[in-house]
Design a protein. Structure first.
Length: 365
């Protein structure tokens, strides 16, 4: 979906209404949002740019048109997934440059290239889930291009070079915080924004994109404060906001009547990368998740698990999380019970010969 050319109008002309093509262009541009890319040389964050503009720069003209149609299609219903896929294409452009291609185009990466890349990532001990996520974007775009053009476009990603993801592998699963660990984050908050962002992501077990997309007009203060959020799959939900949290939101909004609900320190809409940085900073200072970054998804997993600990029925947790399948909800909370059961079984095994083991321990141990 290339940007439509709009002719300059002489002064005094009546301003016409935007065309449908212009509306469509503005919609996908807004959906993809902005990002602060890293400088490849010093790895510092550069100025924010619209993802659409970045994709135009890194793709050939023909591929850019296909990419825009792909990202605008109902194939990818979630705005957050659209943004993640756009960021993944920035990654694949970097790999294409390693192969000698100045710009990314559909077909510039072959199956052999993908196999080489996957093996090199495994050599560097990249997580299988991370590898699979990158491959998903490349595969989805290629399949879309083949269907749209009604021609054969060989997909570089096949079942033979996709890592097999063990859904029960807890070593790569998202970790969680205990209630006390979560509470410790607030001791290191540097400003009201830190407190509100951390609270919102945890309390509502929300995907961070929901809050970053919310505007001031979505929040309705009063005797019964509520906020309108758009969940995954464009499902609109209205949520009651606890009064204490609503009061903090009012302070943070500070009289604004329009624009984004959450702003960064420079008055721009907060994005998921900003939230990642806020939580990572608080997590490191609080000393939780040693060796790992604290992410919004950790807070989501933590909240759903704490609800399970409190005896909340599974169907209520599923509805609160916005999951279509209860199996997805179980994947968040099942580990809690599994770990406890394994601990009991291991302890019972040791109890059977504890007297023999005790002889090898120092007195008083």
């Amino acid at each position: 979906m290339p940007r439509p050319e709009v002719a300059q109008r002489p002064a005094g002309d009546v301003v016409r209404a935007p065309t449908r093509a212009e509306d469509a262009f503005a919609k996908i541009r807004e959906d993809l949002g902005q990002v602060a890319p890293r400088d490849p040389k010093d790895r510092k964050l550069g100025p924010r740019r619209y993802r659409m503009d970045i994709l135009r720069d890194i793709c050939t003209a023909e591929t850019f048109t296909t990419v825009m149609s792909w990202l605008a299609s109902s194939t990818i219903p979630s705005i957050n997934t659209k943004r993640n896929y756009a960021d993944d294409l920035r990654f694949w452009h970097g790999f294409a440059q390693e192969l000698g291609h100045e710009r990314f185009y559909i077909g510039c990466i072959t199956r052999g290239d993908v196999t080489t890349w996957r093996l090199s990532e495994e050599k560097r001990e990249r997580a299988d889930r991370s590898i699979a996520r990158r491959l998903s974007a490349l595969s989805s775009l290629t399949a879309f291009a083949a269907e749209e053009s009604q021609t054969f476009v060989p997909n570089p990603v096949t079942r033979h070079n996709r890592p097999r993801i063990d859904q029960h592998d807890e070593t790569t699963a998202t970790p969680m915080l205990e209630v006390e660990e979560f509470g410790a984050l607030f001791d290191w908050a540097a400003c009201l924004r830190d407190v509100v962002v951390t609270s919102l992501v945890y309390v509502f077990a929300g995907r961070v994109s929901e809050w970053c997309q919310a505007d001031v007009t979505d929040f309705h203060d009063g005797r019964k404060p509520v906020i309108d959020l758009t969940r995954k799959g464009n499902k609109g939900r209205q949520w009651d906001v606890p009064h204490m949290l609503a009061e903090l939101l009012v302070l943070l909004i500070d009289g604004r009547t329009e624009g984004p609900l959450l702003l960064d320190s420079e008055g721009r809409r907060l994005d998921r990368h900003d939230v990642d940085r806020i939580l990572t900073r608080l997590g490191k200072r609080a000393g939780v998740l040693t060796g790992r970054d604290l992410t919004p998804h950790v807070l989501r997993v933590s909240r759903l698990t704490h609800m399970w600990d409190d005896g909340t029925p599974l169907e209520d947790i599923q509805e609160f999380a916005g999951h279509d399948d209860p199996a997805t909800t179980l994947s968040y909370i099942r580990r809690r019970g599994d770990q406890e059961r394994r601990a009991r079984h291991a302890a019972a095994g040791v109890d059977k010969f504890s007297a023999q083991l005790g002889r090898w321990l120092p007195p008083g141990a």
